[in-house]
Design a protein around this ligand. Structure first.
Ligand code: SF4
Length: 222
């Protein structure tokens, strides 16, 4: 269990799944650069991140900007939206002040674009759900991600693999944060859509290293 002062930002889990260096540049070196993708992402979040406004319709409560914490993962953050569905079951549900019955929570995350081939969006909703599970001592089966481009909600099964992957990433965040060393740049396909590419300069750094090694070899020959 982590202590309060050791908690890291939950939203960073999507960055570290995308690239460990990107996470370190943002969360250790405090670098951030807006690009079209992140600006569109903020726009989409605006509605979801309105202050905590519960809405109720037919056995459904929608709570926005809900604070979350997990001392096991060592993460804290805010969920865009959590939907609570009224349930007759006593297990895996919780009580809500001034509401009758019991309610099953589900994390809903808003993203620009469409579903991705990598897990960065899934690990974020999984981490948020793990926080809710720990905070309320319940088990949550699934979460959902709304994509702005497809205007569709994708269901994310919170299976064992995703849970383990999410826990490993949270552990990696703490490992890198404690070491305080930003991983080296390595150019890869996802660099093209990375908001930090101009700061990171993965191609130049890689080339510089190659030239540097070439220079060392040259020197050895003298
Ligand atoms: S440009 Fe590439 S290597 Fe650099 S932080 Fe972004 S994804 Fe990572």
């Amino acid at each position: 269990m982590y202590k309060e002062e050791d908690l890291l930002l939950l939203s960073g889990i999507q960055h570290i799944d995308f690239c460990e260096r990107q996470w370190a540049l943002i969360h250790i070196e405090k670098q951030w650069q807006e690009n079209v993708l992140t600006i569109e992402g903020h726009f989409l979040h605006e509605k979801a991140d309105n202050p905590y406004i519960p809405e109720k319709r037919k056995g459904l409560i929608t709570a926005r900007a809900v604070p979350l914490v997990s001392y096991e993962l060592g993460l804290y953050g805010v969920a865009d939206v959590i939907e609570f569905t009224k349930t007759g079951e006593l297990d895996n549900s919780l009580k809500i002040p001034k509401r009758s019955g019991r309610w099953q929570p589900k994390v809903i995350e808003y993203k620009r674009g469409k579903p991705k081939n990598i897990d960065c969006d899934k690990v974020q909703v999984c981490a948020q759900s793990l926080c809710l599970e720990e905070m309320h001592n319940i088990f949550i089966q699934e979460a959902e991600i709304f994509y702005g481009q497809t205007k569709h909600r994708e269901i994310v099964e919170l299976d064992k693999n995703l849970r383990n992957h999410t826990k490993n990433l949270a552990g990696k965040m703490h490992e890198i944060f404690t070491a305080g060393v930003t991983p080296k740049a390595e150019y890869k396909p996802c660099c093209k859509s990375c908001s930090l590419i101009d700061i990171c300069m993965p191609k130049i750094l890689k080339r510089s290293t190659a030239y540097y090694l070439k220079d060392i070899k040259k020197c050895e020959n003298y």
